[in-house]
Ligand binder design. Structure first.
Ligand code: EPU
Length: 429
């Protein structure tokens, strides 16, 4: 099994450029099915989740050609509806977007239940509620979601019972070509909702209000191809900002949208970290000892749940008792057991973690239990004294582009140890 080996304890200095946003890119790539034309997608992150998404489209008959590492032509004219290969679909959560895209394009979807990181229950009832409101009949059986409509999808008003990123985007995708107007209320505000809407609008969709509580979609009969650059990944940006704070040194995190990382910058400042904002970059430098912090993760613009493990590591390196409350998922603290191997003192009670920061961590052998927990182990290993070995790193490769290269460039002593026949990419999440 491939692993990452880190010799930690060195301050890191230099610049890290942020890649395209994973969670926007997966939605945009899969929604090209609706477009039925040729698109050129730029700033596409070169990560496993995108390679899987492109592979799913290929398996459906789409023509996919990578122009270079971060640019791909996707032509979905010849795509056909069918059973999406379960061994691809189960590898990532975002394969749920196939349901909205297939329904919108073919009036029918038959898709395996999605995989993805394990944070306890991750229902998709709100996605199904959206499809049913648009007139689809949806059944879930034998691990597959079967959705179809005899008379085509029809615009309507849908109130989301919980604020859901996936449910909002999926319903929006399905509604683009529905007859009439759809209104999604209590919509998620995340930048990837806005980016997906912007992409679809660039293809001729008529979506307004993305980024607010209410999204209005006026159905159109046809879309057309476009060239579209994916926005920078705010979670990757936040991850490297925390890395700078955790290891000391000074890192310029470039190619980001500062507004998207406001909540992360604010918490770092509270922890005694200097965050200097430029037009499309931030320079992050720890001022002295890290201060304790209290955080509750929330939907955007709140502090992101996808930054919970990374800030958890930073709280271990602070002095004093910090509290992290998880406000989005049932169980986002699976990383805690791994951090304890590195000397962390953390008590978890339900959705609250109380972290007794001791100002240091020690290298150990740990696992990447999910994507963000995995990158948190990388941060912990780089900040810790001694050697850290991380197993199950395929989780990290799902969402972080060229992570070893980017970290080595700022002075990290980090190596990927390749063990042949690891079967890493065949793993189910
Ligand atoms: N929920 C429901 N019913 C639904 C959908 C969601 O009850 O039909 C609940 C969930 O159980 C959760 C909350 O609503 O408690 C929010 O879930 P959401 O639907 O927003 O999450 P998601 O679509 O499954 C996306 C990202 C996650 C990110 C969350 C929250 C993608 C592919 N995934 O997941 O990203 O944590 O939004 O921002 O966009 C990651 O990148 O590491 C990652 C896990």
């Amino acid at each position: 099994m491939d692993k990452i080996v880190i010799h930690g304890g060195k301050p890191l200095n230099g610049e890290i450029s942020v890649s395209g946003m994973k969670n926007a890119a997966v939605a945009i790539v899969l929604s090209t099915l609706l477009v039925e034309d040729k698109c050129l997608i730029e700033n596409l992150p070169d990560i496993a989740d995108i390679n899987v998404s492109l592979e799913i489209l290929r398996s459906m008959g789409a023509k996919v050609e990578r122009k270079d590492r971060n640019t791909a032509y996707i032509d979905t004219r010849s795509a056909k509806q069918g059973v999406s290969p379960y061994d691809l679909v189960r590898k990532m959560r975002a394969s749920y977007y196939l349901i909205g895209a297939e329904l919108g394009r073919f009036g029918r979807a038959y898709v395996g239940c999605p995989g993805g990181c394990d944070f306890g229950q991750r229902p998709i009832d709100q996605h199904i509620k959206g499809f049913e409101a648009l007139g689809a009949k949806v059944t879930v059986r034998d691990g597959y979601i079967d959705a179809n409509t005899d008379e085509g999808l029809k615009g309507t008003s849908i109130y989301m019972d919980v604020v859901t990123v996936g449910g909002t985007i999926n319903t929006m995708i399905a509604a683009v070509k529905a007859e009439g107007t759809t209104i999604i209320e209590n919509a998620a505000h995340e930048p990837h909702v806005v980016d997906t809407a912007n992409f679809l609008n660039a293809c001729g969709a008529k979506i307004s209000g993305a980024g607010t509580d209410v999204i209005k979609i006026r159905g159109v009969k046809q879309l057309h191809g476009t060239t579209y650059p994916i926005i920078p990944d705010m979670i990757e940006a936040g991850t490297y900002m925390i890395l700078a704070a955790a290891t000391g040194g000074r890192i310029r995190v470039s190619n980001l949208i500062p507004k998207h990382i406001d909540s992360i910058s604010a918490k770092l400042v509270e922890m005694n970290v200097n965050v200097e904002e430029e037009d499309e970059a931030v320079v992050v430098e720890r001022k002295g000892d890290l201060s304790k912090v209290n955080i509750k993760t929330l939907p955007y613009p709140g502090f992101p749940t996808d930054m919970n493990p990374q800030i958890g590591v930073l709280a271990c390196l602070a002095n004093g008792t910090s509290m992290i409350t998880e406000g989005v998922f049932e169980n986002r603290f699976r990383y805690v057991e791994e951090l304890k191997r590195m000397g962390a003192e953390i008590k978890v009670d339900g959705r609250v973690a109380v972290i007794s920061g001791k100002g240091e961590l020690m290298g150990a052998r740990v696992r990447a239990v999910d994507l963000r927990a995995g990158i948190a182990m990388v941060i912990a290993g780089l900040a810790a004294s001694g050697i850290t070995e991380i197993d199950d790193i395929y989780h990290i490769q799902r969402g972080y582009e060229r992570v070893i290269e980017k970290l080595s460039a700022v002075g990290a002593d980090i190596k990927l140890i390749h063990v042949p026949d690891s079967g890493a990419y065949d793993k189910t999440e």
